[in-house]
Design a protein around this ligand. Structure first.
Ligand code: ATP
Ligand code: MG
Length: 509
């Protein structure tokens, strides 16, 4: 369908810019893809701006001086819409090449058909369907390897739809068939938003509960920790590590917790200062209630009994494990859990004891902050290691954060695909401009006006930056963060509770 014609302007047409006048009654929107035939092949361009012009109103003096322009001339007929477009590539045979020749003034500009656009953007049928390209009926199908292997970052201000999009991604990962390649996934769920995946949902939602386990309690096995590993959970000096190492080596093969280790340290000839410090640190770790003599991960579904597992048994292709951290409000405890899990998972993956793994990290700025010390944030080191080395071992990170500026730049720079949703904070925008390849100043401006559920994908997973509308989720969004709804539900529940009490009273009286 033809929508306009290329015009000659001061800046173009050139291989990197052209403007076209939009045909009367045709609609063209900012961020829409268009096509035009050039000598090199089929040029695909993105509309970066749409401007209204009218020669009668071009000159301020004329507009001010003659207040009856509208009566004198058919001014309406001289109003035109001009679109400014940025050529992205030229399809020439099976290849897509960089444009080097401009279209000619007068060339017809057309709508890009769905299949041409889908091919141009590099989508394929087995990709993860996260929504539709904005202004086009083209599903955004991100290749599994391209999206995850070199890590993914999902960045946006609070309430923009990061967790919703993450749930859509999880649905796609869980719905993959064996022949298309299935990965295992885990999510560090700070607010308990994803535990709903492990429950049977109300009828109208898709049930994923047979593929999802929600871990509600974790016991870290002390006998599996070396002195150096223990020192990651707390702050031990070299001398303390060396003393502890001697004792742990002697205990090899025995079953013990930190309380037992404290008894061992107390009963041995260790320099008094070192002994006192070790006893204090080990007692501190014991008091967190997180450590035990054996590994134990406890899962639970509503109405069912608790189940006990080992980490390795939960990580299976096509399955997801939700680590529900919402009960652990103490930062230190949460950090230690995430530290142990991420280290163990990476270790298991390095030795190929578990399938290729995607680790979703919600509220990632808490675990991977920029400028923090290892002592303050013990999780920092392991995530930096996974960010650097994970791609070799097929252990991928999905970093989800509402404060990009607070995220470790080391980790963010290793994320080769970024999905960015609405962001208005100028510092965060600036940071994204610097850390996301392919984000132009104009694209940055667009980020401030995105609606909830709209996103920009840039990087490895797409050939060109693309704006999309996230698709509707089919899973059950259990927790509502909507204040109005929660307030209504709260009052309705209070009334119901009151009625039950009154009915009970009536029954007794
Ligand atoms: N694509 C979408 N379609 C429909 N509703 C959406 C969509 N994205 C988000 N929402 C709704 O908007 C609200 C906020 O979304 P969400 O919780 O995903 O935001 P967030 O970016 O994760 O925020 P926070 O940083 O506070 O965690 C939710 O009620 C969610 O249901
Ligand atoms: Mg969220």
């Amino acid at each position: 369908m033809d929508i306009g014609k290329v015009i000659s302007t001061q800046n173009g047409p050139s291989p990197s810019f052209f403007a076209f006048v939009i045909s009367k009654s045709k609609r063209v929107s900012k961020d829409q893809f268009v096509r035009v035939n050039t000598e090199e092949g089929l040029m695909i361009a993105m509309v970066e701006n749409v401007i209204k012009t009218n020669r009668y109103y071009a000159n301020p003096e004329t507009v001010v001086e003659s207040d009856n322009l509208e009566q004198l001339f058919q001014v309406d007929e001289w109003e035109f819409l001009v679109a400014e477009a940025i050529p992205l590539g030229v399809i020439s045979g099976n290849l897509t090449v960089r444009p080097t020749i401009p279209p000619s003034p007068g060339d017809v500009v057309e709508v890009v058909s769905e299949d041409v656009l889908s091919n141009f953007l590099g989508f394929n049928n087995t990709g993860l369907n996260i929504g539709d390209v904005i202004h086009h009926n083209v599903p955004v199908l991100l290749g599994l390897g391209k999206t995850f292997q070199k890590h993914l970052a999902i960045l946006a201000m609070s309430g923009a739809g990061k967790s919703y999009l993450t749930s859509v991604l999880i649905e796609e990962v869980l719905s993959r068939s064996k022949k298309d390649g299935r990965v295992a996934s885990v999510i560090f769920d700070v607010h308990g938003e994803y535990a709903g995946f492990a429950e049977k949902p109300p009828k109208k939602f898709k049930n994923f509960s047979d593929k999802v386990n929600s871990v509600i309690k974790i016991k870290i096995p002390v006998p599996e920790l070396s002195a150096r590993e223990i020192s990651v959970f707390t702050t031990l000096t070299h001398v303390q590590i060396a003393e502890l190492d001697k004792i742990i080596r002697e205990l090899n093969g025995q079953i013990y917790d930190f309380k037992d280790l404290v008894s061992e340290v107390s009963s041995r000839s260790v320099p008094p200062k070192t002994k006192a410090a070790l006893v204090r640190w080990l007692n501190g770790l014991h008091a967190t209630g997180l450590f035990s003599s054996t590994e134990d991960l406890i899962t639970k579904r509503p109405g069912e009994k608790e189940e006990h597992h080992k980490l390795i048994d939960l990580i299976k292709p096509g399955y997801m494990t939700v680590f529900d951290l919402s009960e652990n409000i103490q930062k230190r405890v949460r950090d230690l859990i995430v530290l142990w899990l991420s280290r163990e998972l990476f270790k298991l993956r390095r030795f190929e004891k578990i399938p290729p793994l995607v680790m979703f990290v919600e509220e990632a700025h808490n675990f991977i902050p920029e400028g923090a010390s290892q002592a303050d944030t013990p999780t920092l080191g392991i995530f930096q290691t996974i960010a650097r080395e994970g791609r070799k071992f097929l252990c991928s990170l999905v970093i989800i954060s509402q404060r990009p500026i607070k995220l470790s730049t080391t980790v963010l720079s290793q994320c080769n695909t970024h999905i960015i949703m609405r962001i208005t904070n100028p510092y965060d925008l600036n940071h994204i401009g610097q850390s996301s390849e392919g984000v132009t100043n104009n694209t940055l401006k667009s980020l401030t006006s995105l609606q909830v559920g709209e996103a920009l994908v840039v990087g490895e997973a797409v050939r060109y930056p693309v704006f999309l509308k996230v698709r509707e989720r089919v899973s059950w969004e259990k927790k509502s963060s909507n204040m109005e709804l929660q307030a209504i539900e709260f009052e309705a529940k209070s009334i119901k509770d009151e009625k039950i009490i009154n009915d009970a009273k009536d029954a007794f009286l």
